[in-house]
Design a binder for this molecule. Sequence first.
Ligand code: AMP
Length: 407
Amino acid sequence: MSAIQAAWPSGTECIAKYNFHGTAEQDLPFCKGDVLTIVAVTKITREQAERLLYPPETGLFLVRESTNYPGDYTLCVSCDGKVEHYRIMYHSSKLSIDEEVYFENLMQLVEHYTSDADGLCTRLIKPKVMEGTVAAQDEFYRSGWALNMKELKLLQTIGKGEFGDVMLGDYRGNKVAVKCIKNDATAQAFLAEASVMTQLRHSNLVQLLGVIVEEKGGLYIVTEYMAKGSLVDYLRSRGRSVLGGDCLLKFSLDVCEAMEYLEGNNFVHRDLAARNVLVSEDNVAKVSDFGLTKEASSTQDTGKLPVKWTAPEALREKKFSTKSDVWSFGILLWEIYSFGRVPYPRIPLKDVVPRVEKGYKMDAPDGCPPAVYEVMKNCWHLDAATRPSFLQLREQLERIKTHEMRL
Ligand code: AMP
């Protein structure tokens, strides 16, 4: 269930817009069209609503329980830098703002004003999603992902991430990895990663086990422990003498399967690279680092992007899609078959994008099977639409595997 529902009044009925099978035992699965009733509510005052709808974005809205007229609702909409508050009256089991059009429930009302402003300052464009540590804490508790700090032992530092240390921990006798963050400012990004992870479950994605949000602001994301560390370090430290072709193909297929799952669920990773793939004790490669993962087709700031891994259209026009992930997957294949080399060797960073835009493609790594190099090159079509899907990539890699086994 998404956080927006926590910002909606209790008793609200809404209609599920998509199928949700649940990712954990405690999740409530629902189907598109099901009517859901919101049972929990965070009370929001007029002033809090105005703060929540800041920075201004015309069409951003939320529904809160009215503080002046208990039992009624208020629709708060941001428009041209101001927030308008509309009282939603509740009369003989029906809801209305203008006493002309009546609705059975809030969802119908929202849907009506989403398709047409019909007298409001603007049509409704985007529901405000709850944010902030307190809201997130509530949300994780409610959805059953909150863990107990008393049961977690932090043992040793095993890595440094963008947000803070990654530690080896012990949770109820199991080895776990713990991302620790003490700074409130970056907590939001950290929580975004965790909330994406609650929605995803696949044997080739690093599994979220839970989240701990401390009263004093500390934040911990607990995931399965990947004993052999990042794939790029693994490839570099073992090298050609230890890792055979079957092993490289297995890693490629592991990652491809995770990406096929993300593709099927409309998630775009945006930062696929060997440094963001981890290797388990039993040599299974799993995709990690969902910090940038977004539901398909959203845009983002391109300032901090890993240029050598990012598709040209994503760098140029912020066009992130499954097909831009496919480009990165091609680079990742190149990393795997070159045993962890940095892509575009001997080309200065500033020259990479102009050359790629003109159609330059990296040579095959030494010893790379020609069929695998063909797969890489297909991922690097400048025209995103002609790149294969992850499903097709998985099929191609499986054909290569079958062929190699026959040799
Ligand atoms: P990250 O913040 O995800 O980029 O992680 C930084 C480093 O911490 C990685 O390169 C790994 O070496 C280590 N690390 C992160 N997550 C795990 C995990 N689940 N298991 C083992 N090591 C991890």
